[in-house]
Design a protein around this ligand. Structure first.
Ligand code: SF4
Ligand code: SF4
Length: 423
């Protein structure tokens, strides 16, 4: 079986040359927007990547700091006349740095935990068992905050409650659907498996409603996106190998995700690893694209609107927006009988999480999140729905810090109620 291989920085030489330093990306970079520092925009990072390739830069503090100041959100590429993929170039540069200098302490930690689902399970189960000791409950939301300092987690950060039993532990590997229906693999990702199992339950309900056979491979791993952000290339490759094996064990027609990062990890990053990863990536579909393809928005729209409705806005996760998935999540939300949909300003701007970015640069991440919280508030929505567990965590944190009352939820959390009515 061919092994997964990520691109190297030198493979981006041609795209690096395509940057004409026009600055069209500047206005669209959330990090520049928050910090107003010219060195943080895409063209600066592309130039530093070229210098790294040419051996013209010392891998010292200032350079490392500049290269760490990127959310890998892809907003610059979307606005770039030459479509320079800065987020891919920066990720490749971080791998290059790690290969020469070794991973940071945090990068090593991320790598060790992501490679072992057993370790991840032990850590989350311990955190769940000692929840009362480790966390205090926030009275204004269902979130938690640390009582005691822990490495790499800011005490001011809102965290979701940790599930005592993981999603995958609660379900068999195969759930039979209606005769003649296709088979889909449910790639849960870590967020749904360890932190938000209720999103997984809602997803299963939606898949059962469509009638498909569902496979939930027990040995699936993390998609690898946090390792991409940390520059841990070998970990990403190892996880891609593991997931290929897990997802190929039974023949499946589609691989569905309810996490934007998993969707981009499997559908975009694996797609660049050649065959057979490309073939697997071609099967990856976001849950709302899948449900829209099966006519769910039309069925929902036929339900009578509820008298008591909730005002909901939508946040586009970068990893879906940059892959062109913006219409289907909104179609489902707008069709829900208990929802009055409101579009907020800059719905497509990054929430500020950026994988490991918010751990290294929590202050900047909060500034970016504060703008998002303001836009949610200005829209007068009572809830912000999205399609990514990571964004939910960051959005709720930003809302809480702004002293606002809105709740951040997954669209599936809202869909589940309407599915009961469809029967
Ligand atoms: S990355 Fe694109 S938009 Fe930004 S300076 Fe370079 S060419 Fe211009
Ligand atoms: S990927 Fe996002 S954070 Fe990084 S330079 Fe581009 S716009 Fe800025």
């Amino acid at each position: 079986m061919p092994k997964a291989k990520l691109k190297k920085l030198e493979d981006y030489q041609e795209q690096i040359r395509q940057c004409v330093k026009c600055g069209a990306c500047r206005a669209h970079c959330p990090v520049f927007g928050a910090e107003k520092h010219e060195g943080l925009v895409a063209r600066g990072k592309v130039a530093l990547s070229q210098a790294l390739l040419d051996g013209d830069v010392e891998m010292k503090d200032k350079f490392l700091l500049d290269m760490s100041q990127c959310l890998l959100c892809g907003s610059c590429c979307a606005e770039c006349p030459n479509k320079v993929p800065t987020e891919e170039i920066v990720a490749a540069a971080r791998r290059e740095i790690a290969s020469k200098k070794g991973l940071s302490t945090f990068g090593k930690g991320v790598s060790t935990v992501l490679k072992s689902q057993g370790l991840m399970k032990t850590l989350t189960k311990s955190a769940s068992a000692f929840s009362a000791l480790l966390f205090k409950k926030l009275p204004e939301s269902s979130g938690l905050r640390l009582r005691i300092p822990l490495p790499f987690v800011d005490r001011e950060r809102t965290l979701p409650p940790i599930a005592s039993k993981t999603f995958r532990e609660q379900h068999p590997e195969f759930i039979e659907g209606e005769p003649g229906q296709p088979t889909v693999a449910f790639f849960t990702g870590c967020g749904i498996n360890y932190l938000y199992p209720e999103i997984g339950e809602a997803m299963l309900k939606a898949l059962k409603f469509i009638g498909v056979n569902v496979v939930i491979p027990k040995d699936q791993g993390c998609c690898g996106l946090p390792a991409v952000s940390a520059g841990a290339g070998e970990t990403v490759e190892q996880l891609a190998d593991q997931n290929l094996e897990a997802l190929n064990r039974k023949p499946v027609d589609h691989i569905v995700t309810a996490c934007a990062s998993c969707n981009a990890g499997l559908g975009k990053i694996y797609a660049e690893m050649g065959e057979p990863f490309e073939q697997m990536a071609a099967k990856v579909e976001d849950i709302f694209v899948f449900l829209a393809r099966h006519g769910l928005p039309e069925k929902l729209a036929a339900l009578p609107k509820k008298e008591k409705r909730v005002r909901v806005t939508y946040h586009d996760p970068c990893h879906l927006r940059t892959r062109g998935i913006t219409k289907e999540p909104r179609q489902i939300l707008k069709a829900l009988p208990q929802v009055d949909y409101i579009e907020m300003a800059d719905a497509g701007t990054c929430c500020g999480l950026g994988g490991t970015y918010s751990v290294y640069h929590y202050e900047t991440s909060q500034k970016i999140g504060a703008k998002k919280a303001q836009n949610i508030n200005d829209s007068q929505a009572e809830m912000v729905a999205t399609d990514c567990p990571g964004c939910i965590m960051q959005l709720q944190d930003s809302i809480n810090h702004a002293g606002q009352k809105q709740q951040a939820v997954h669209i599936l959390n809202l869909l589940v109620e309407a599915l009961d009515e469809l029967g």
